[in-house]
Design a protein around this ligand. Structure first.
Ligand code: PGA
Length: 258
């Protein structure tokens, strides 16, 4: 089942250092507040880097803007130097967390099993996972998209289906790796096919009543947003680079808050 709200998530990655992140958020908070209140059908989430999470949850207090982390540990607690547990994210006021981003799959060699563990850790803390999936250029050219998506989704969705404590909405962000940061947007015909497959596959594993938002990510811009708006199964956008250009982010959000 689709969520009622359209969701727009800004993934700030590691583009800014701590001071710049705080400055960017403080400078734009008035506009963010009014954008987030403009439409009750729109949920806005910003995902800064770990050190900025706690201060940014304070800056966005009393707005409808939510804060999400870009990753979490697959473990609950223990001797895992450098990792951040889902419980800490919850304690500092995060509501969402991106997991399985292709940059983490690539640079940190994350496995589908670890991503399933992360989803479970998040749901235990009542945080909403944003699960990223997507095929590489090579896999796309070899027409392997659906087998890749199935391989990435099966362990995490089965884990969620088995984890009965939580009925929280979950989000799946389809981000073709060949589209991230390249300015290339898949055609709406291709997106319609992929999202139709995603709808069918997620409801097969999770059932039709589990609230599942299907998101698109990869080179989302003010130019691409009107094309993406024509794909009815898309119920959210994951915005990287354009989320740090406030004029662009503003224009994207405006398009969906009408
Ligand atoms: P991009 O990044 O919008 O800069 O392509 C999207 C993402 O990686 O989440």
């Amino acid at each position: 089942m689709k969520p009622n709200n359209f969701i727009i998530i800004g993934n700030w990655k590691m583009q800014l250092a701590f001071n710049e992140e705080i400055e960017f958020c403080t400078e734009n908070i008035a506009v963010l507040r009014s954008l987030s209140k403009k439409s009750p059908q729109l949920t806005m989430v910003i995902c800064p880097s770990f050190p900025a999470l706690a201060p940014i949850t304070h800056i966005v207090k009393n707005t409808n803007v939510y804060v999400g982390a870009q990753d979490c540990s697959p473990f609950r607690s223990g001797a895992y130097t450098g990792q951040v547990c889902a419980e800490s994210l919850s304690q500092i006021g995060c509501h969402f967390c991106i997991i399985g981003h292709s940059e983490r799959r690539h640079y940190n060699h994350e496995t589908d099993k670890e991503i399933a563990d992360k989803a479970q850790r998040l749901l235990e803390q009542e945080l909403q996972p944003i699960i990223c999936i997507g095929e590489t250029q090579k896999e796309y050219e070899a027409k392997e998209t659906f087998s890749i998506l199935e391989r990435q989704l099966e362990p995490v969705l089965k884990r969620i289906a088995d984890f009965e404590l939580s009925e929280l909405p979950i989000y799946i962000a389809y981000e073709p790796v060949w589209s991230i940061g390249t300015g290339i947007i898949p055609s709406s015909k291709y997106l319609n096919e992929v999202f139709a497959w995603l709808e069918k596959y997620t409801s097969k594993i999770l059932g039709k009543t589990r609230i599942t938002g299907l998101i698109y990510g990869g080179s989302v811009s003010e130019k691409a947003a009107p094309i993406l708006k024509k794909v009815p199964a898309i119920s959210g956008l994951l915005v990287g680079r354009a989320s740090l250009d406030f004029q662009k982010f503003n224009n994207i959000v405006n398009l969906y808050s009408i």
